[in-house]
Design a protein around this ligand. Structure first.
Ligand code: GLY
Length: 308
């Protein structure tokens, strides 16, 4: 029987991590670890851990998700387990309080991997998943300003750099978790409201298997946070998993892949949770802060705003 381990994060960025976020992360880790101790699967533990953060409103996921530029909240989530390489994901789902549960239902109840937009919402409604009580705010900007903002999002040069800076100041607070259960199976999950100033319909790395998450009992589990536009182009989670499978430690696999991301993709920065099937793990980020932590069963959850 393996030692049960869970890691979780509440995003990597430049923003100050609040005590409330750290407390919520600790609560989420404890909720996931209790399930593992009672013999639940790694996927179940990942789901419950992410649900706590989605429901808190303190992170950019679930009830706290960013709005797209048309004022709608469209969320992405995914989950993968490493025994049979099963995966489920939703992209652009609306109104649902716990997109991670919709993703797990895609994995458990369908022969598909990814459902999108209103079809994902309809699927979640079919399973009577809880809806968000707080209605999305109306767009704060008048239409003329919103058009200018849309143009700025697609612009290059100083305007683009200014938006990127502001985005970093806001923080990228995707949530995610990885777990190892008593049977030795690993799982990974992620849930997000995307990024600030995103065009309607934009999808990031979080629902894309191999980009935002990956889990394979022959390699390990990875959950990413950071700007999806960079993470997708390197397929970061799969690259970290491939390095683990080739014998790298979690710390080395994460360090080399995050370095490649920074070197190859201008302006890219990210954070990673990496957990090997033998229980070794690493939390690494190239951003100033990362709200993250772990619980190995010995004592209380360890949470912090930076890990190097
Ligand atoms: N990593 C979250 C996103 O880019 O949507």
């Amino acid at each position: 029987m393996k030692r049960c381990i869970i890691l979780a994060h509440g995003g990597a960025g430049a923003k100050v991590v609040t005590p409330a976020q750290l407390a919520c992360l600790a609560e989420a880790l404890a909720a996931g670890h209790i399930l593992l101790e009672r013999g639940s699967t790694a996927a179940a533990a990942v789901e419950v851990t992410i649900r706590v953060m989605e429901g808190s409103g303190l992170f950019n996921a679930g009830t706290g998700a960013h709005l797209q530029l048309d004022g709608m909240r469209r969320m992405d989530a995914s989950i993968m387990e490493g025994r049979l390489l099963r995966a489920g994901a939703v992209a652009g789902i609306e109104h649902i309080r716990h997109p991670i549960t919709a993703a797990r239902l895609v994995m458990e109840k369908t022969a598909h991997v990814l459902l999108i937009s209103k079809h994902a919402t309809r699927f979640a409604d079919h399973f009577k998943l809880e809806r968000q009580t707080r209605r999305p705010r109306k767009p704060a900007l008048p239409p003329s300003r919103r058009n200018a903002m849309r143009e700025a999002v697609t612009a290059t040069g100083p305007q683009r750099r200014m938006l990127r800076l502001y985005e970093k100041m806001l923080g990228l607070e995707t949530v995610g978790a990885v777990a190892l259960d008593a049977e030795g199976t690993v799982a990974a999950g992620a849930s997000t409201g995307g990024i600030a100033f995103m065009l309607p319909g934009r999808v990031g790395d979080s629902p894309l298997i191999g980009c935002g998450v990956y889990a394979d009992n022959d390699a390990g589990a990875v959950s990413m946070t950071g700007l999806g536009e960079g993470i997708i182009r390197i397929a970061v989670a799969k690259e970290i998993a491939d390095r683990l499978a080739a014998g790298a430690s979690p710390a080395t696999a994460a360090r080399l892949t995050l370095k490649k991301l920074v070197v190859r993709i201008e302006g890219a920065a990210a954070g990673a949770l990496v957990l090997a099937p033998d229980g070794r793990f690493a939390i690494r980020h190239t951003t100033p802060t990362m709200c993250a932590g772990y619980l190995t069963g010995a004592g209380r959850p360890v949470v912090a705003d930076r890990f190097r």
